[in-house]
Design a protein around this ligand. Structure first.
Ligand SMILES: [Zn+2]
Length: 206
């Protein structure tokens, strides 16, 4: 089981890198292992060339167990896992369109994306905006822990998205949908968009 999950993380990382969702050493993936530990992409690792046996394995308290040294961003992954027992995987990227969106002023902090496609509503629901803190700051973990129960996707201001899933596949699919939706927002920026009505949105919610 752990073997397969390690391989799955490697292939998801490669897919993000090949599709241009991650450049250099930006972004990190994590998942909850059957033994209760967290498996995560190591510090300064390129998502395009992860190695299954070198992934960081850490305890819920943040102690390194095996693998290469963990990223400092894993602190906020752990903060979410502690609050959300239903969350088994987290994807954090600095992907182009969502990061561009995170740099805009005047966003609705409750839900950044006003629904205009059903897929965003079905796969993501809503995405709150969380305030900017410098990379690695403990305030990122504290803020995510505080809001963890409000949504399955968050946008860190001037930084990038954090997406939760019950599995890595679910988190990856939701992240893909979000990045695509953000891209459409920029494509439609100067257009007269027909947003979904309240009734259309509520019939999509489970
Ligand atoms: Zn980051």
């Amino acid at each position: 089981m752990e073997r397969e999950l390690r391989e799955q993380m490697v292939s998801c990382g490669a897919s993000y890198y090949q599709r241009g969702y991650s450049v250099g050493s930006a972004g990190n993936l994590s998942l909850r292992l059957p033994d209760g530990h967290i498996l995560a992409t190591p510090t300064n690792s390129c998502l395009g060339s992860l190695q299954a046996e070198r992934l960081s394995k850490v305890t819920m308290a943040g102690e390194q167990v095996t693998g290469d040294r963990m990223s400092k961003e894993i602190a906020f992954h752990l903060a979410i896992y502690r609050q959300r027992p239903d969350c088994n995987a987290i994807v954090h990227l600095h992907s182009t369109y969502l990061t561009a969106l995170s740099c805009l002023d005047g966003l609705d902090p409750e839900n950044i994306i006003r629904p205009f496609t059903p897929y965003y509503v079905m796969k993501v629901g809503k995405m709150p905006l969380l305030p900017y803190f410098k990379p690695g700051s403990i305030r990122i973990a504290e803020t995510l822990a505080q809001h963890a129960h409000e949504a399955n996707a968050f946008l860190l201001a001037n930084h990038g998205p954090v997406v939760l899933g019950t599995s890595l596949t679910e988190a990856v699919n939701a992240m893909d949908e979000l990045e695509e939706t953000a891209k459409l927002m920029f494509l439609l920026k100067d257009s007269n968009v027909r947003y979904l009505t309240e009734a259309e949105v509520s019939e999509l919610r489970p």
